[in-house]
Ligand binder design. Sequence first.
Ligand SMILES: Cc1cc2nc3c(=O)[nH]c(=O)nc-3n(C[C@H](O)[C@H](O)[C@H](O)COP(=O)(O)O)c2cc1C
Length: 372
Amino acid sequence: MLFETFKIKNIELSNRMVMAPMTRTRSKNGIMTEMNAQYYQQRASVGLIITEGTSISDNSMGYLYVPGIYNAAQTESWKLVTDAVHLKGGKIFTQLWHVGRVSHISNQPNHFQPLAPSAILAKDSTAWGIEDGVEGRVQVSMPRALVKAEIPEIIQDYVKAAKNAMLAGFDGIEIHGANGYLIDQFLNPDTNIRNDEYGGSIENRTRIMLEVIGAISAEIGADKVGIRVSPYGTQHDMSLFSEIEQTYEYLAHEFSKRDMAYVHLHDQGLLYNDHFDFIEKFRKWYSGNIIFAGFLTKEKAEGLFTKGLIDLAAFGRPLISNPDLVERLKHDYPLHPGNRETYYGYSIEGYVDYPRYEELSEEEKQQLSGKN
Ligand SMILES: Cc1cc2nc3c(=O)[nH]c(=O)nc-3n(C[C@H](O)[C@H](O)[C@H](O)COP(=O)(O)O)c2cc1C
């Protein structure tokens, strides 16, 4: 089923493969360039590309060199990317990102503290920033709790970014509600100890997520809005809290009411292996399209399709080092191993220089088969 066409509302996808959002830290001042356009165009044979996390405001940034979509220059620069992908018949959503507490003061305006639901530090969690004049991995800074009046401002930043995404030619947007960033921090009672209507009960902890979805949908249409979540995710010092299942059951019903483009489940490692029944339950709770990401292979994805549990399969790391992943999986060609050293960093290396299988010499093809 991986290579069958699929429709997300009015958007026709050429296959059911999705490029998972991946931060590559190859943008200066949040601006996209021809190099970024080339990278995405090389991968446009997947049914849908979801871009790397993209900052919605100057206080939403956690890492140096990530793109933004909150000012005119950034928005204009994304047209290079959307045009390049559309030219190849691809479809592309951008991932709207506020990191919340996962930031360092060097990435914040005026070196202010990062913003979060509550003033709780993400221990042993790093960002990419500047400390003592040196650029590198830095322990994230102690955040400051958002005052209630600031929350509508953040929601408006999401809306503005979504409107900019439409101006930039995106087919839709994905709200980043996963991986321990701002919206996920609100969901979890260990990172959200607020005592106003944004903390406490499940309804309160999920409020900001649902308000962001509602506000963006009112502007660009719910059919262009997806949400990413990571149940049982522990990245960035997130805990496995006791009400995980109830929280996502409530959310699944709320998502269903909103008739959105999709829900994107990101498995950080525990979902498929330890909580497979959650995937089955989520399918029953949620009536819309489901994208699944995390450690997928062709076989694993086909298994999930056959069981009727997902609609689209997202691939991350394999798409970094195999721009022609669709062709490779279709023909069972060997995959090129990735190089973690070049996942991040401002260089061409490990970014646009991975060859397509057909570009390899016979000798290189044989060497690659030996490695697989
Ligand atoms: C280099 C890198 C950057 C990533 N950046 C993001 C991101 O910006 N937003 C996000 O939601 N997930 C991000 N992820 C997670 C991926 O979207 C994906 O879910 C994860 O890599 C698991 O899929 P895989 O096993 O196919 O790689 C990133 C992963 C990698 C390897």
